[in-house]
Ligand binder design. Structure first.
Ligand SMILES: Nc1ncnc2c1ncn2[C@@H]1O[C@H](COP(=O)(O)OP(=O)(O)O)[C@@H](O)[C@H]1O
Ligand SMILES: [Mg+2]
Length: 541
């Protein structure tokens, strides 16, 4: 087999040099000339070769794949092996359903090694791919990396971006110049989102080249790390797969679903609503972020979080207890309590914990933005929300509306809220949408609306122990005694007030540091007490 392998290698080198596409683009390097001549002489000096060629022809039609593999260049074999290992790791990390893992093609064109794969331009920032490639390649230690030029070409819809580079490498037998190209090319039309990314190199595929391919691949497929759901949803169309079988058309292609979601998110954002994605990287947002409030956390965990995470268990219970199958999962939850007590934060934590997008609807701004046509806009909002599948709708500060003097607006918002609740009611059998409302003034809410709320969670102003815990969150360097002193002096303050006081103390301390009035880097307890008194004095608390 070695014999065939060698011959085939010569043929490959020979033909790829003659028939090389893009020959205009690349110069005929010295090494390529050598390879070409060597291949030429080896083929034509040996007559026995023709017999072998015939044999190979026959064999190759049977064992095409094996032969292609067996003539595969050592460099390519090594690269394929190394890169595949990393891709398998990514599959484990992101889960195979997360995104498509494109196949990498490894080929040679003349003395160029080519590694290429298709990326979905809707999922990744093409320019970021370049940056990833360049920053990885620049890291080569024993070589000098130089940009030669960057070209863009547009031919009809085809767009090509290309960076040429050169890499100077010191070897025992002198300096070697390796050339390379990073290229992205594809059609700029929305229904063909595939762009080809390629890295091409002369002479060798180095460890760094492989690393560049791996890094670019990772950048291309991994979910985007934005807290806004938009980009990530584009990347991961199935991550929040709708659990409503009616919405889920099996025949619908992944691309359609993806497009639908993107459209839905765009629509929602257009309507003044933010969509937040629970982002694994945003480590701050778990229950630890809110100090104290243990009972509230527990209530939310028991009734909301678990119901969202394990709907089937709740359904199993009702299936056994009820004459008529009906869910007992909460569909509408109210967070009530004075401002700054962590209601909005809790809703964000819930979304984070169950990996469900949170549709944040500041009702007042929507109402005033679309004054007069709010109900129609609301219908659009609702449609777009449904397209997202499983989600939490969070209507913040509904009291701002309830308390408004403008009776027309008040009336419209009341109608909207009851429409919303009725819609949620009609969603009987589905666990798709959880409505969370937050209010500072429960007493102002419409009784019809209140009756539809499954449960209400009270966020009181923190007691002295909670205040101490909250101070500790924002001033961890103080001793327990000092924290207690602050807590005892801050009766009636909310968590937000406390966080503001600590920020204020820090800022004032920073200015003292700059003016060299103090030398300790963290504010002392007196600074906090001063901030506390200032706040009381300003009547802000
Ligand atoms: N228990 C708490 N622990 C730590 N920080 C808190 C706490 N309660 C409130 N805060 C701070 O106050 C800010 C405002 O809270 P938020 O959730 O917006 O309150 P609400 O929605 O009830 O008005 C939070 O971002 C947080 O910094
Ligand atoms: Mg709030």
């Amino acid at each position: 087999m070695n014999f065939f392998k060698q011959k085939l290698n010569y043929i490959r080198q020979y033909f790829s040099n003659i028939l090389r596409p893009w020959s205009k683009q690349y110069s005929f390097s010295n090494r390529r000339q050598q390879v070409f001549q060597q291949a030429h002489s080896k083929i034509f000096q040996n007559h026995a070769f023709y017999r072998n060629l015939l044999l190979i022809g026959i064999l190759s039609s049977y064992y095409h794949k094996q032969i292609v593999q067996c003539i595969e260049d050592d460099q390519i074999q090594k690269a394929r092996k190394t890169i595949e290992i990393q891709i398998n790791k990514m599959k484990k990390e992101f889960g195979t359903q997360m995104a498509a893992f494109p196949e990498i093609k490894y080929t040679t064109r003349g003395n160029w090694y080519v590694m290429e794969f298709i990326v979905d331009q809707r999922n990744c920032d093409l320019f970021q791919l370049f940056i990833t490639a360049v920053t990885t390649l620049e890291k080569k230690d024993k070589s000098v990396f130089v940009f030669k030029n960057m070209q863009t070409a547009k031919d009809g819809n085809m767009l090509t971006l290309q960076i040429d580079f050169e890499e100077k490498k010191e070897k025992q037998n002198g300096r070697v110049y390796n050339k390379g190209t990073i290229c992205v090319t594809g059609e700029m039309i929305s229904d063909r989102p595939g762009f080809k990314f390629s890295i091409e190199k002369t002479e060798e595929i180095s460890e760094t080249d492989m690393e560049a391919v791996i890094n670019v691949y990772r950048t291309a497929i991994q979910p985007q790390q934005h807290s806004f759901v938009k980009d990530r949803m584009k990347a991961a169309p199935n991550q929040f797969g709708s659990s409503d079988p009616k919405n889920q058309s099996k025949q619908k292609s992944q691309r359609d679903q993806q497009k639908e979601r993107t459209d839905a998110i765009n629509k929602l954002e257009e309507l003044g609503v933010s969509v937040f994605l629970p982002d694994a990287k945003q480590i701050n947002l778990d229950w630890d972020y809110l100090a104290g409030y243990e009972q509230q956390k527990r209530d939310i965990e028991d009734t909301v979080l678990l119901a969202l995470q394990y709907p089937e268990i709740y359904d199993q219970i009702t299936a056994a207890t009820r004459m008529k199958q009906e869910p007992n999962r909460p569909k509408a939850v109210l967070f009530e309590g004075p401002p700054g007590t962590g209601k909005t934060t809790s809703a964000k934590i819930i979304a984070q914990q169950v990996s469900i997008p949170l549709i944040y609807m500041p009702l007042e701004s929507i109402m005033s933005k679309y004054y007069g046509e709010a109900e129609k806009k609301f219908a659009d909002l609702w449609e777009a929300t449904k397209m997202l599948g499983k989600s939490i709708i969070f209507i913040d500060e509904i009291d701002a509306i309830a308390g408004t003097r403008d009776s027309e607006m008040h009336e419209a918002s009341r109608r909207i809220l009851s429409t919303l609740l009725r819609k949620i009611d009609s969603f009987e059998s589905s666990s798709d949408v959880l409505l969370v409302c937050a209010t500072n003034r429960k007493q102002d809410l419409d009784p019809a609306m209140l009756s539809r709320i499954d449960m209400s969670i009270k966020f009181e102003k923190p007691d002295v122990h909670s205040r101490q815990a909250i101070f500790k969150r924002y001033a961890k360097h103080l001793s327990e005694d000092q924290l207690r002193q602050l807590a005892e002096n801050s009766e009636n303050l909310s968590g937000r007030n406390i966080s503001d006081i600590c920020k204020d103390a820090e800022r004032r301390w920073a200015s003292k540091l700059i003016r060299k009035l103090v030398d300790q880097t963290v504010p002392d307890v007196d600074q906090y007490i001063e901030a506390l008194h200032n706040r009381k004095y300003q009547n802000l608390a």
